[in-house]
Ligand binder design. Structure first.
Ligand code: GLY
Length: 607
């Protein structure tokens, strides 16, 4: 069988020569941490006092990783002023909404996973967009048929009530250190002075395929902003956005009420309800928006590492823990089988099983019963691993109810075929006290619904619901509903080492491929011993449904595609992958960062 030297072999591991068939153990550092934690547990110190157990001083430094250097700089500036990870995240994101309007912004929503080191607590701020109260399950149906994806996607109907500003406020109240207004100053200044248009933004605006799919040219405010004189903004153009500066100034001065009530709220409602394919959003929908503070969904690995991510309606906690748990069960144990292809196969089969389950069960748990903890229960994963599909077999969901000796749950729901767009961004931050933020934010499609209001883009997140509310006679868990949040693939994730200390912050944009992208960094770092950057650089491999998408335009991608074809998988060769992974790892000697070369971001330490 062909070897996959670049994809999987021992990059950066001096102990692991090419051709050696055991490159997939945890890193030396991870092993040392696991040994130390085990030793500590085995030999309790009789002299230990309560003060000894208090959290010590953080000595590893601070870092910001995000999709644009100007946004990273805004975050570092907040940290320099004594701000927390949450202060930095808000400043970073307010800039991203300006310089990367295709990905996220204050007209969208986000999930933020926050680790408070002193309290040793992990919290999720769910700022997901909400369907207006008028939404019915057949929101995207017409004459008994679902609207076409593009028709639904590019419409006022698809706009959810934005959650981003409420998330800023709720998280800032929980752990902000700086004055609220301070957080918006870098973005306001850049919007007033003008920012330089990047190759990625200019490339998207000039891309005929994207131009054909979205409506930026057709809607006057968007057309004027992105296509002055009918031409797409070129690279290097200095684009001012006085409307965005005014919007942020109002929010800085008056708080979220400046957004959720009054002139801005009215402009949002007018734009949504006045669209050619209108929604039905009310001022009350905006005034009623509230962030949900949820416990993180965490899973413990057999090596002592703990993976925490966002719970439903995000798929992060379920899928990342399922994939890593299933990988452990599926990876080869017999020496003769320990080939690189078989380790890769374990990762692919784990993804296929997890994607099938998440597509069936994950939705807004405030509205439907989601068996989230059952799906990551080791007893269920053992049963599920036995069901690993043959490479040419159609995937189907498991039944955690049945597997755990209870009533079956699979028949409760019909099959879901929700589609996702790629307009999303990810921010990873560790602050000078060792607190961490992992936040993935989105407007759904590139440039959301294409509707620009007061200098920002409105999302089209409601197409993250299943357009068909039933399949056969069965309801779909992720069907639209009043005040319901659509399921998300966003997987903002924080990993703890066996001693319970912060180890890794990771996440990515990329539509429903997010699940695969983020798990690549987990398996890459925790199993294959990669650095943050090496894990990000691995070719993306997305195993959802009956095909395995392989990114062939990255080193190792074509070898992986060939090897997977030999194993019998239905390989779809992919180019121009859209991940935007931003990763921070806590190493013994400080923080190690990585930024996805497929986008324009950086990871930078606080000097
Ligand atoms: N709109 C992308 C997601 O939430 O998964």
């Amino acid at each position: 069988m062909r070897r996959l030297p670049i994809l999987l072999a021992c990059i950066g591991l001096a102990s692991c020569a090419p051709g050696e068939d055991r490159p997939f153990n945890a890193t030396e550092e991870a092993r040392r941490a696991a040994d130390a934690a085990q030793q500590q547990a085995a030999t309790p110190d009789p002299e230990q006092t309560e003060a000894d157990t208090e959290v010590g001083t953080w000595t590893k430094g601070a870092m910001v990783a995000a999709a644009d250097p100007r946004a990273v700089e805004a975050g570092l500036e907040m940290l320099r002023q004594g701000g927390s990870a949450i202060d930095a995240a808000i400043a970073v994101h307010a800039v991203l909404g300006l310089v990367e309007p295709q990905s996220s912004g204050i007209g969208g929503g986000a999930f933020m996973v926050y680790y408070d080191r002193a309290a040793d607590e992990i919290t999720v701020f769910d700022g997901r967009e909400i369907a207006p109260a008028s939404t019915t399950p057949d929101h995207f149906m017409k004459d008994g048929k679902p609207l076409g994806f593009l028709e639904a996607w590019q419409s006022g109907k698809a706009v959810g009530v934005p959650g981003q500003i409420a998330l800023y406020k709720t998280s800032h109240e929980a752990a902000g250190q700086l004055d609220w207004a301070t957080l918006f100053q870098p973005a306001i200044k850049l919007a007033e002075d003008g920012f330089e248009v990047t190759p990625r933004l200019a490339g998207l605006l000039a891309n005929p395929r994207l131009r054909g799919a979205v409506r930026l040219d057709d809607l006057p405010a968007s057309a004027e902003y992105f296509y002055p004189n009918g031409e797409p903004l070129p690279v290097g153009f200095i684009r001012t956005n006085p409307d965005y500066a005014a919007t942020l100034s109002a929010i800085a001065e008056s708080g979220p009420s400046a957004f959720y009530e009054g002139e801005i709220a009215q402009a949002i409602v007018d734009a949504v309800n006045g669209d050619a394919n209108p929604g039905e959003m009310s001022l009350k929908d905006l005034a009623d928006y509230s962030v949900k503070i949820r416990p993180a969904l965490c899973g413990d690995r057999t090596d002592g590492f703990r993976i925490c991510s966002a719970p439903p309606p995000s798929s992060g906690g379920v899928t990342q823990n399922m994939i890593m748990g299933l990988y452990d069960l599926l990876e080869p144990t017999e020496e003769a089988e320990m080939t690189e292809e078989n380790y890769l196969k374990a990762f692919i089969d784990a993804q296929r099983l997890a994607y099938a389950d998440r597509d069936h069960y994950v939705a807004d748990a405030d509205f439907v019963t989601v068996p989230a903890t059952d799906l990551i229960n080791p007893a269920y994963l053992r049963v599920r691993a036995e069901e690993a599909f043959a490479p040419d077999e159609t995937t189907y969901p498991g039944d955690p109810g049945l597997a755990l000796g209870r009533e079956p749950v699979r028949p409760l729901w019909g099959e879901d075929a929700t589609e996702h767009g790629p307009g999303t961004t990810h921010v990873s931050i560790v602050d000078a006290d060792g607190n961490a933020v992992s936040m993935t934010a989105t407007v759904e499609a590139a440039f959301g619904s294409s509707i620009m209001v007061k200098g920002f883009m409105l999302n089209n997140e409601l197409t993250d619901f299943s357009r068909e509310p039933t399949k056969g006679t069965k309801p779909v868990a992720n069907a639209p509903g009043p005040k319901k949040r659509p399921r998300s693939s966003m997987s903002p994730t924080i990993v703890f080492d066996p001693a319970g200390d912060l180890f890794m912050v990771t996440g990515s944009p990329g539509g429903n491929s997010i699940v695969a992208y983020v798990s690549k960094t987990l398996v890459g770092v925790l199993e294959w011993g990669k650095s943050a950057q090496e894990a990000i650089d691995l070719p993306n491999i997305i195993a959802r449904g009956d095909t395995v998408g392989v990114e062939i335009d990255r080193p190792g991608g074509m070898e992986a595609a060939d090897a997977l074809r030999e194993l019998g998988y239905n390989v779809e060769e992919r180019e121009g992958e859209n991940s935007g992974l931003h990763v921070i790892i806590v190493r013994e000697d400080g923080l190690e960062g990585g930024a996805d070369p497929r986008r324009e971001g950086i990871a930078k330490v606080l000097e």
